[in-house]
Design a protein around this ligand. Structure first.
Ligand SMILES: [Zn+2]
Length: 222
């Protein structure tokens, strides 16, 4: 909750620049081939957002779909021209774990190029659709490092229950249970390996400047 004491503290604001029909929750109902036939709301909604940000003197990072840049190149340039950072949110909102490393590389480099061409600025940040860099797709870090040819601060998230294969089983639908329980027995091992391979610090120890210019990713360990 914002209080008087922390209104002077700097926080990061990130926006996923995509339309309402792109979200993963509806992907079973809206096929990608039909995206173009849906009434788009992105131009007016983004304009509203930009006006709010301008009024507050606030700048943000816009994680943008390559598809959005292809369909509305002017919006990407417009957001960048108004002082915001354009970062990458994949080409067509495919989750990372449904792609092979080669497909992910192709997807990301194409999206990055389209976003750089339309914004006229270098794109460094990456956020996976639906936080889909998980233990099944940690290889994505290596691909991202290759694509930007420098080190990449990442934000990894983990819940204590993810290290606990013995936890009591809850009832629920199959998808929810698969998502919750699949891979639990291997998470501890993978987490230990991750700690060996990369250096981690609390968020407050990553300098704002470094965070602002380096690519980053949010990933779940499980
Ligand atoms: Zn998204």
């Amino acid at each position: 909750m914002l209080t008087a004491a922390n209104t002077v503290m700097k926080n990061a604001l990130t926006i996923d620049l995509e339309d309402y029909y792109h979200v993963s929750a509806f992907r079973e109902y809206v096929r990608q081939e039909d995206w173009h036939s849906r009434p788009s709301r992105i131009l007016q909604n983004t304009e509203l957002l930009l006006d709010c940000l301008d009024a507050a003197g606030c700048r943000a990072t816009f994680f943008t779909l390559g598809w959005v840049a292809e369909s509305h190149p002017q919006i990407v340039r417009h957001v960048a021209d108004r002082g915001h950072e354009i970062a990458c949110h994949s080409l067509r909102h495919r989750t990372v774990y449904e792609m092979s490393p080669a497909e992910f590389r192709e997807d990301t480099s194409r999206a990055k190029k389209i976003l750089e061409d339309s914004s006229g600025k270098q794109v460094l940040g990456y956020r996976a659709p639906s936080f889909s860099i998980t233990e099944k797709s940690f290889w994505a870090f290596d691909v991202l490092c290759e694509l930007v040819s420098e080190s990449m601060p990442a934000c990894v998230y983990l819940h204590p229950w993810e290290l606990d294969p013995e936890q009591p089983r809850m009832s629920g639908n199959l998808t929810a249970r698969l998502r919750h329980y699949f891979g639990l027995s291997r998470t501890l091992m993978k987490f230990r390996q991750l700690l060996k391979d990369f250096k981690f610090v609390p968020l407050c120890e990553i300098s704002t400047a470094e965070w602002a210019i380096q690519p980053r990713e949010t990933a779940s360990v499980k």
